[in-house]
Write a protein that binds this ligand. Structure first.
Ligand code: MG
Ligand code: MG
Length: 256
């Protein structure tokens, strides 16, 4: 599959999809507090997305490994040792948790995809630092998305920063091209080699998503067929933006 370059008009549509997605995540984050059920967060996201005439892009997303279990919700709510794809339900957030919230919005045929990890109440300094290092990994990766540079530069930027801080990048999941589909070419690993990979060109649209673990980056999928967590139970964090490569500065498309 080739990489689909987007026109200015297509990027404008993705900017609106991304804006709606960011508004949904913003409202969800405002509702994060000890005692809230993860299903309540999901309802907030779905309400905001539909109020803007858009649709949840994760809802009924096919499960590659278990085709009989399409994704049942609007957002992923992944708590502490859970990295991605946590299914919202009756579970309540607790003081000291960190929670990763990932949301996708489909608007007029295009997708916005972004994620944040936030503290629930007061968290340990260790958890706070993990969040900050992962957020910074995303910022640095976005900065690297410039024409003439290579995809390996983006990947290596994330890996070098994260490992330099004493943490680990996940190998089993990656960032990705995004636009008409949730997952388009290319895959964007959070590890790599500078100077390698495709040349970045204006019109490329990426979902960059550093996934960082405090302990060993080995993962497993829980019995719900979706939730991905660390094998050793240690904390992990995840940030994501949808970004367009332009002739100049990279543009974040998932801003409120
Ligand atoms: Mg996402
Ligand atoms: Mg993504």
């Amino acid at each position: 599959m080739p990489i689909i370059l987007k026109s200015a008009a297509e990027i404008a549509a993705m900017r609106e999809a991304g804006r709606i997605n960011a508004l949904a995540l913003e409202e969800v984050c405002a509702a994060v507090r000890p005692g809230v059920r993860t299903r309540e967060l999901d309802r907030i996201a779905e309400r905001v997305i539909r109020a803007h005439g858009a649709e949840p892009a994760f809802l009924y997303y096919p499960n590659a490994t278990f085709p009989e279990y399409p994704y049942p919700a609007t957002i992923n709510v992944s708590i502490n040792d859970e990295l991605v794809h946590g299914i919202p339900g009756n579970r309540r957030l607790r003081e000291g948790d960190i929670v990763s919230l990932d949301c996708g919005t489909l608007w007029q045929g295009v997708i916005g995809d972004s994620a944040v990890t936030v503290p629930v109440g007061k968290v340990s300094p260790e958890a706070q630092r993990l969040i900050e290092v992962t957020r910074e990994a995303l910022r640095l990766a976005i900065e690297a998305c410039r024409p003439g540079r290579r995809l390996g530069d983006v990947s290596a930027t994330i890996q070098e920063w994260v490992e330099g801080q004493g943490y680990h990048v996940v190998r089993e999941y990656t960032g990705h091209g995004v636009g008409y589909e949730m997952h388009e070419e290319p895959q964007i690993p959070n590890w790599g080699t500078r100077g390698r990979g495709i040349l970045l060109r204006p019109g490329m649209t990426f979902a960059l998503e550093p996934m960082v673990t405090l302990g060993p980056p080995e993962l497993y999928v829980k019995d719900d067929h979706w939730t991905v967590a660390t094998k050793d139970g240690s904390l992990c964090a995840h940030f994501e933006h949808t970004v367009a490569v332009t002739a100049g500065e990279p543009e974040i498309l998932t801003l409120p």
